[in-house]
Design a protein around this ligand. Structure first.
Ligand SMILES: C[S@@+](CC[C@H](N)C(=O)[O-])C[C@H]1O[C@@H](n2cnc3c(N)ncnc32)[C@H](O)[C@@H]1O
Length: 294
């Protein structure tokens, strides 16, 4: 049964009747179920509506619409990719972050919902922001959301990966923001002081990395996830140099791993920072650290 859709359309051995949306939706959903893809029906809906460039509701309103050969071919390609457990966001080539459409590919981490809390915290804390630097911008999602909320700010965002910066620049252009992207190994190419330094750095330890699901380790960039020194390398490095790049009343915002808050507090204190606050995510896990310069 599962191979029927592919044979009918691409094996060319036998031409059966055309496929309408209702049939392809049911077929895809069943196929994903056999492959043990979670939320099979939703995945099917999102892939088909993406290719047909209609929203999910319209799939149901256009149940009898017959698919063209080209549409079937494109849908097939995405179904096969998803069936290998490639994350849906990479398969679709995009996701949503803080209400903005963000292009993603294998060069960048898929922005996570909990990272929206980082943006939200900064917005809650600050009526306006003169300047900010995001370290490790990846897709640019965080910097774009901040620049949209603080249009008056001077916005810089850095990453060590040129491929990631190309994606970030494209996302910034698509969302109509003006951000200066800098290729830099943490602070290596940074020359200015900022009111806010924000980072969701790699923070997964080698041990934790070994326990992540293949959906993450096989598809998302290792450089975006793994950090030496038990996941703490970037916090140590950033905090040891931050005073040079932070305005007098400046503030650092980090996303952190749920078990890292105590260690990061220790590192911050060691580097002369005393005003440290930790905020939890919706699941009650420590997720955001705010470190004020004064
Ligand atoms: C966890 S991802 C965060 C991506 C994005 N900011 C987000 O929150 O979705 C960490 C990012 O840090 C970048 N990175 C890794 N090592 C770096 C370094 N030494 N200097 C600057 N950026 C680095 C990675 O390329 C990756 O884009």
């Amino acid at each position: 049964m599962p191979l029927l859709f592919f044979q009918r359309n691409f094996g060319e051995r036998r031409i059966l009747k055309d496929w309408n949306i209702k049939e392809i939706l049911k077929w895809t959903s069943n196929f994903f179920k056999t492959k043990k893809i979670e939320n099979a029906r939703l995945n099917a809906e999102l892939i088909i509506s993406h290719i047909l460039k209609i929203n999910r509701l319209n799939l149901y309103l256009q149940f009898d619409r017959i698919l063209t050969v080209s549409e079937r071919k494109k849908i097939k390609e995405l179904i096969l990719r998803r069936a290998t457990f490639e994350p849906l966001q990479y398969v679709l080539g995009e996701c949503e972050f803080y209400g903005n459409r963000i292009i993603v590919n294998s060069a960048v981490l898929i922005p996570r919902p909990e990272t929206e809390l980082l943006v939200e915290r900064i917005i809650k804390d600050n009526a306006s922001v003169k300047s900010f630097l995001e370290i490790g911008t990846g897709s640019g999602a965080v910097a774009i959301a901040l620049k949209m909320n603080f249009p008056e700010s001077k916005a810089d965002a850095s990453d060590i990966s040129e491929e990631a910066l190309a994606v970030a620049k494209q996302n910034s252009d698509n969302n109509g923001t003006q951000i200066n992207f800098i290729k830099s190994d943490i602070f290596s190419e940074i020359k200015e002081k900022y009111e806010i330094i924000v980072s969701n750095p790699p923070y997964i330890s080698a041990e934790e990395y070994g326990n992540l699901s293949p959906e993450i380790t096989e598809f998302e960039p290792k450089i975006a996830l793994l950090a030496k020194e038990n996941g703490l390398f970037f916090y140590k490095k950033i905090l040891s140099e931050a005073k040079e790049f932070l305005c007098e009343n400046g503030c650092i915002y980090f996303e952190i791993g749920s078990k890292q808050a105590d260690k990061i507090r220790e590192i911050a204190l060691k580097n002369g920072f005393e005003n440290i606050s930790v905020f939890k995510d919706l699941n009650g896990f420590d997720r955001i650290v705010r470190i004020k310069n004064k």
